[in-house]
Design a protein around this ligand. Structure first.
Ligand code: GRF
Length: 205
């Protein structure tokens, strides 16, 4: 893949936007070699949109994923960054960002140590299941539900947490750090891909 000094990224989010803010901060401080060309949401009332506007960024409300894909193509986006985007992307959308190395240039952050607790409410599921560790995963997106190649993971202890809110607060702090750090080496193309057990393994240098 051609290495660009500054990658064009679009952020898709449906909610609060704390991961968006962490990424925007990393861009502003020069810690992430990216330009945020679009912040798009499927939800008109998503707080992330106001946060993006306040930073002078281009925003889009679009429920139709075909039209969203057109907008991303028009903006010549290199990487799509999902930050709490609560929709499954169709196959043709994922294919539009196919990297020749076999993964999609669509990145997601998921609030569990995948493959444990995919889907919704992952911190809640971890808290209620009695596991001692929870965690966060950054992965490339494929057509499955939180099943794409894993880029990075970080774990944290939850055995002493008395409430779900405590788990979430710990998790979000880890998410913000891990996402910016992982996107940094992804955008710099500082990783290699191996195949093991029939799956792609992503390894940063
Ligand atoms: C985060 O927990 C993220 O891991 C998940 O959705 C949540 C989004 O939170 N995919 P925010 O909107 O970034 O604050």
């Amino acid at each position: 893949m051609e290495l660009k000094p500054i990658s064009k990224i679009a952020i898709l989010a449906s909610g609060r936007g704390s991961n968006f803010e962490a990424i925007a901060k990393a861009v502003a401080t020069g810690d992430l070699p990216a330009e945020i060309v679009l912040v798009a949401s499927d939800k008109q009332e998503a707080p992330v949109l106001e946060k993006a506007k306040a930073k002078g960024l281009q925003t889009l409300i679009q429920k139709d994923q075909g039209l969203l894909l057109e907008a991303l193509k028009n903006a010549q986006v290199d990487y799509v960054v999902l930050a709490g985007y609560m929709r499954i992307l169709p196959k043709n959308f994922i294919a539009a960002f196919a990297d020749p190395r076999g993964f999609s240039r669509i990145v997601n952050i998921h609030p569990s140590l995948l493959p444990a607790f995919p889907g919704l409410d992952s911190y809640k599921k971890a808290f209620e299941s009695g596991v001692k560790l929870s965690g966060v995963t950054v992965h490339f997106v494929d057509a499955g539900m939180d099943t794409g190649p894993i880029c990075a993971q970080a774990s944290f202890v939850i055995s002493d947490c008395k409430t779900l809110e405590e788990v979430e607060a710990r998790g979000h702090a880890i998410e913000h750090e891990l996402y910016a750090k992982t996107l940094n080496w992804i955008l710099r193309n500082e990783f290699k891909i191996n195949e093991r057990g029939g799956r792609l393994h992503v390894q940063p240098y």
